[in-house]
Design a protein around this ligand. Structure first.
Ligand SMILES: Cc1ncc(COP(=O)(O)O)c(C=O)c1O
Length: 411
């Protein structure tokens, strides 16, 4: 009946993320209290100056260059040099409507297969499927912060054979909230084995650790970097991302440009001008405050949820934690998340959405259910960010964690 739809597209399923969001909506409509820890969006406002630049450029109506505004690419090139120590010149950067689109184009252009470590962001696998790139899952463990070791990579390559691969590394990670401690080891392995790397750096500026490292530093000739405004700047809806390609792979950039020109043409003009401000202005104070709040709330959740029944790695970045519930009576993590939502009102996403086997009782917890604007306004130098402040400005997080901890006692 539906064979007029391509087989690989037909096989795509809406993720459990959408299903949970639907359930949350229904519960809210019924007037039930829901702690929405399922949603992965920054709670903070976009800095005012950046918004005003957007307003001032609202009249810019012409198409900009397909690769993106030259000043913006230059600004991102400088930002990357500062962040990573690697020179991705402006000629090797393309501006995209969100980094998600850039990754889709990468999959379409790439002639090879994809290695995805668990845990992986929900869209990597479906995007590979859309582009008909075979995916190889690589299991990781909490002992190595949910990132692969070179031993695990070696074992994987031995079993699937030496081919052309892209390995996706996302640190700080969605969903685990951890950062990768063995970037050099992974880079050395990739270099030796013809594996290219996509370093998804969308959460880089939300690292709790000041000395953030990029894998590109150890393998500049083989690392693509994607990033954008969605997370650090709270501007997910603006849809502004970038993709940086090593100069050694300029042909790949040419392929991406061709795909861009035949699909979205160019990113909307006013947002590109606003993004120049975001990448050239000094937003260190804003970033510091945002990170201070996220780190404190993340630690609060960690400290108040972990137990002999709930294992969690410490929060190191982004705004997620990935608890593992022990002695579970459920068959799948999805069934477990349903039970949690029904009994405690806490919405979590099941680990199976992030590449884990469905019988692993993992879930993603996003600790962003608070008014970021209010919290930011009330974080001034004189006030210590202690539990009292968290209780005052992130009451839903505090209450939801209490309910979840209570639920976990029944395991
Ligand atoms: C790990 C990761 N990568 C990429 C993205 C996509 O970000 P955007 O397309 O808004 O740049 C997200 C957004 O949720 C994400 O969590």
């Amino acid at each position: 009946m539906d064979d007029y739809i391509k087989k690989n597209i037909r096989a795509l399923r809406p993720s459990a993320t959408l299903a949970i969001n639907e359930k949350v909506k229904k519960l809210l409509q019924k007037g039930k209290k829901v702690y929405n820890f399922g949603f992965g969006q920054s709670p903070f406002p976009i800095p005012e100056k950046i918004v005003s630049v957007l307003k001032n450029n609202a009249h810019k109506k012409t198409y900009l260059p397909m690769q993106g505004l030259s000043e913006l690419r230059e600004a991102i090139s400088k930002y990357l040099l500062k962040r990573t120590g690697v020179n991705y010149s402006k000629e090797n950067i393309i501006i995209t409507p969100g980094s998600k689109e850039a990754m889709l184009l990468m999959h379409i252009a790439f002639n090879g297969e994809i290695i995805l470590p668990t845990s992986s962001w929900v869209s990597y696998q479906p995007q590979a499927q859309i582009a008909q790139n075979k995916v190889h899952w690589l299991e990781t463990s909490s002992q190595n912060n949910w990132f692969p070791t070179s031993y695990e990579l070696e074992k994987k390559i031995k079993s699937i054979g030496k081919k052309s691969y892209i390995l996706i590394i996302n640190s700080p990670n969605n969903p685990s909230g951890t950062t990768c401690n063995n970037l050099k080891e992974i880079a050395d392995f990739a270099k030796k084995n013809n594996v290219k790397i996509l370093s998804d750096e969308i959460y880089t500026d939300l690292s709790f650790d000041n000395n953030y490292n990029s894998i590109s530093k150890f393998f500049p000739e083989g690392t693509f970097i994607s990033g954008g405004l969605s997370k650090w700047c709270g501007a997910g809806g603006w849809r502004l991302g970038f993709f940086a390609v090593p100069k050694e792979m300029s042909n790949f950039l040419y392929a991406l440009k061709t795909l861009a020109s035949e699909s979205y043409s160019t990113v909307n003009s006013p947002v590109q001008y606003a993004a120049v401000e975001a990448y050239t202005g000094d937003y260190s104070d804003y970033k510091n405050k945002v990170v201070t709040i996220l780190k404190a709330v993340g630690n609060y959740v960690h400290n108040n949820l972990k137990s002999n029944k709930v294992l969690i790695n410490s929060p190191q970045g982004a705004f997620y934690l990935m608890p593992e519930f022990l002695n579970s009576k459920f068959k799948t993590s999805s069934e477990m998340c349903d039970d949690i939502l029904n009994k405690s009102g806490v919405a979590l996403l099941p680990g199976s959405d992030f590449g884990f086997k469905s019988n692993k009782m993992l879930a993603r917890l996003s600790y962003t259910d608070f008014d970021g604007n209010l919290f930011l306004k009330n974080l001034n130098g004189s006030k210590k960010l202690d539990n009292d402040l968290i209780k005052e400005y992130a009451p839903n997080v505090v209450e939801g964690i209490e309910k979840l901890a209570e639920w976990s006692k029944s395991l």
